[in-house]
Design a protein around this ligand. Structure first.
Ligand code: COA
Length: 260
């Protein structure tokens, strides 16, 4: 498939999406959002991809935000569509049904931080920087950030970041739970691939059902969530991988999953 501002490759069932506008610090313009929508829609249907990693091209930025030259031209109606479009692309990523790992290699500001938040696991380089600096532009986060950041790091920390526009480094991001792990820049992608390969070696139907259950946590009550969990648990018990996984344990051997 042809993309204007992203690269996409698949190796060993791991999809690597690289946002590629390094001269603009990978800022998300309309074309790039279209590319992401196309790419993640096709990954969703692609049985060759078990796990996805998303990162930014160049050494400086993951994504330095939505493209401010496009934001600058918005009127009220266009702004509502602009925000809803970004939200829908990031919702597609969050609800992909496959794990998405953000490998944050530099600035993750505004829409870049929101993109990382829509991913399921975040790992960062020591040089990564995080922030929601929208108040400096007279706007608020519009791609889900007020919701996802608040749920991930709690409302006090989210309020501080969003209301001050402060930028924090990778270690502070790890301290507040915004990222899971921090690595030297040169090791980031290799570590993200290692993590992706570990997940990819497990029973993929179970991985997908786990993820659906985890993601639904934000939208369902405890009772509804547990109901969904027991349904997913039961479905897993109808798979070949369930028979293989439990038999392999009892026979003291490694399982050979077929994702059936
Ligand atoms: N939208 C559009 N263009 C952006 C951008 C964004 N969010 N972030 C960076 N760029 C562009 C710059 O305009 C510049 O383009 P130019 O060379 O054509 O002038 C290029 O990327 C390099 O950025 P520059 O500002 O020169 O790099 P820097 O190292 O001095 O500063 C930042 C890096 C990230 C601190 C700075 O670019 C910045 O503050 N970006 C905006 C962050 C932001 O507010 N994001 C939220 C948007 S809602």
């Amino acid at each position: 498939m042809d993309y204007k501002n992203i690269f996409f490759e698949v190796k060993n069932n791991i999809g690597l999406v690289t946002i590629n506008r390094p001269e603009k610090l990978n800022a998300l313009n309309d074309e790039t959002l279209d590319d992401l929508k196309k790419c993640f829609s096709s990954i969703k249907e692609d049985y060759a991809v078990n796990v996805v990693i998303i990162t930014g091209a160049g050494e400086k930025a993951f994504v330095a935000g939505a493209d401010i030259s496009e934001i600058h031209k918005l009127n009220v109606i266009a702004a509502k569509h602009f925000s809803e479009k970004g939200q829908s692309v990031f919702n597609l990523i969050e609800k992909l049904g496959k794990p998405v790992i953000a490998a944050i290699n530099g600035y993750a500001l505004g829409g870049g931080c929101e993109l990382a938040l829509a991913c399921h696991i975040r790992v960062a380089s020591e040089t990564a920087k995080f922030g929601q600096p929208e108040v400096n532009l007279g706007i608020i986060p519009g791609y889900g950030g007020t919701q996802r950041l608040t749920r991930l790091v709690n409302s006090g920390r989210a309020s501080e970041l969003i209301l001050t526009g402060d930028i924090i480094d990778a270690n502070e991001a790890m301290r507040i739970g915004l990222v899971n792990k921090v690595y030297p820049s040169t090791e980031l992608i290799a570590e993200a691939i290692k993590l992706a390969e570990k997940i990819s070696s497990k029973a993929q139907i179970a991985v997908s059902m786990s993820l659906r259950s985890i993601v639904s946590c934000d939208e369902l009550s405890e009772t509804e969530g547990q109901n969904l969990e027991s349904g997913m648990f039961a479905l897993c018990c109808g798979t070949e991988d369930f028979k293989e996984g439990t038999s392999a344990f009892l026979e003291k051997r490694k399982p050979n999953f077929t994702n059936q």
